[in-house]
Design a protein around this ligand. Structure first.
Ligand code: ZN
Ligand code: ZN
Length: 266
């Protein structure tokens, strides 16, 4: 409860986003849960402090999947903060090297719910070339919700359902399809990125905005932008155009590899 007796609202901080490292924080009161640690433990703490998040308030780390841009710093940070790491069974198995010596790892079943510090957290399956990748929906005590989906080739009906009614949604806007096609990547990599188990384009994210739109949707954040195949302006424009078409007042923001983006609810 805050000074006025109302339960705390959720906030989200996209501390680092992209193929050079991912780190997201969802905070409720003085408790924080981190999603992925794809930067060094030192850099993770520096970014939390830049965003006004106390590392001592971190209660748990959740992993989305085992790729190095999501797990490279998890071992050192989990040990330093002495917090448990939760992941799907497939991710725990595939990331066992990145998790060695971590005292507490917990399996989080897809679709099941976990309660941490007043937050209810549900993992939902995403479509990516990893063992058992997931996204997360957080529900807070003030009836608000934050949804995070990245590293998915497509948005399945189950993903859209999991994100519906959220107040803050972070959604992957990995590439602009034209930049990817014309860009420097070899053909196999272009095909992998654009595949149904690859990464979501600006256009695919924008096409889902109508399905994600609810009266509650306050902020929509573009995640995991490619530095070769996208620009912040293109991702913003794609999402803003979709929001404007619906006449919604939703705010659009773009996460970055270089600096934290903090999203608060009024
Ligand atoms: Zn990634
Ligand atoms: Zn990945």
């Amino acid at each position: 409860m805050d000074a006025h007796g109302s339960p705390p609202r959720l906030s989200a901080a996209f501390l680092s986003s992209g193929s050079r490292g991912n780190l997201t924080a969802v905070t409720c009161g003085d408790a924080t849960v981190l999603i992925d640690v794809g930067v060094s433990a030192k850099e993770a703490c520096r970014r939390m402090e830049l965003a006004g998040i106390a590392p001592s308030g971190v209660r748990a780390i959740l992993l989305t999947h085992e790729h190095v841009d999501h797990v490279s710093g998890v071992r050192v940070l989990a040990r330093r903060l002495d917090v448990p790491v939760y992941a799907s069974e497939g991710t725990l198995r595939a990331a066992c090297g990145a998790l060695r010596d971590v005292a507490c790892t917990e399996r989080l079943g897809v679709g099941s719910e976990l309660a941490i510090a007043g937050m209810r957290i549900r993992a939902f399956r995403t479509e990516h070339d990893a063992a058992e990748p997931v996204g997360y929906r957080f529900s807070g005590p003030a009836d608000d919700a934050v949804g995070i989906v990245s590293d998915t080739g497509v948005l399945t009906p189950a993903i859209l359902e999991a994100l519906h009614g959220c107040d803050i949604i972070g959604i992957e806007c990995n590439h602009d399809p034209h930049m990817l096609a014309a860009g420097p990547y070899p053909g196999f990599l272009k095909r992998r990125i654009a595949s149904v188990r690859g990464h979501l384009s600006n256009a695919a994210a924008a096409a889902a905005v109508e399905a994600l739109m609810a009266d509650t949707l306050h902020t929509l954040v573009a995640l995991h932008l490619s530095e070769q195949n996208n620009t912040a302006a293109l991702a913003r424009e794609a999402l803003e155009r979709a929001v404007q078409r619906l006449g919604a007042a939703t705010r659009v923001d773009v996460s970055s590899q270089r600096e934290p983006l903090r999203c608060e609810l009024p």
